[in-house]
Design a protein around this ligand. Structure first.
Ligand code: URA
Length: 205
């Protein structure tokens, strides 16, 4: 299975704040940040490290440093996870991927992309709502075409359709999420879900 659903009391707490329809944007952004910390801890469990020497006040000992990490925020909701990633992962580079659904073809349509070199990077794609999987699958195609091989998606909530699509299109990509919800509704929103993540983050309801 390519999906790990984290189970931590703080993650459950923050997810509940995000789900609550009365949560205002400021508290929503804070909860998204809080939840993302738990997702990062799980997603970075196998992050490669450089071994280095470190001088303590007492003697020289072995230390470790993180290297070549890139976060790719899928616009616009992925921006709600970026702060937490940047504050936890040192030297993290950032890419952006903007995609929207073409209303005529229903296919993902790119409107912005800016990625650093990804050939030796551990890539974390920030895509909070994995609904149909169209945007995430497109974003993975995009980062793979820039050389990425080690790719993890960080999601707040996933739906069965999206996880299935990712397994079909990109079985090598690991997904870390805070919840795997029941289904999509007719408008492709996740149920029970939390509504439109971008609108709730930025107050554009
Ligand atoms: N995007 C969202 O923001 N919410 C959903 O439920 C599905 C896609």
């Amino acid at each position: 299975m390519n999906l790990t659903v984290i189970d931590h009391p703080l993650a459950r707490h923050y997810l509940t704040v995000l789900r609550d329809t009365t949560t205002e944007p400021e508290a929503f952004r804070a909860a998204a940040r809080g939840l993302t910390y738990s997702l990062i801890l799980e997603a970075t469990k196998r992050l490669p490290l450089n071994e280095i020497e470190v001088e303590t006040p007492m003697e020289t000992t072995t230390g470790y440093e993180v290297h070549d990490v890139v976060a790719v925020a899928v616009l616009r909701a992925g921006l709600g996870m970026l702060d937490a990633v940047l504050s936890m992962i040192p030297n993290c580079k950032v890419g952006f991927a903007g995609v929207q659904r073409d209303e005529e073809t229903a296919l993902p349509h790119e409107y912005y992309a800016r990625l650093p070199d990804l050939s030796n990077a551990s890539v974390f794609i920030l895509e909070p709502m994995l609904a149909t999987g169209g945007s995430l699958s497109w974003a993975v195609d995009k980062v793979k075409s820039s050389g990425a091989k080690d790719i993890t998606a960080l999601c707040v909530v996933t739906a069965p359709d999206g996880v299935r699509k990712m397994y079909d299109d990109h079985p090598d990509v690991h997904i870390v999420a805070a919840a795997h919800d029941r289904e999509l509704n007719d408008a492709a929103y996740i149920v029970p879900g939390l509504g439109d993540m971008g609108d709730r983050l930025f107050g554009t309801l």
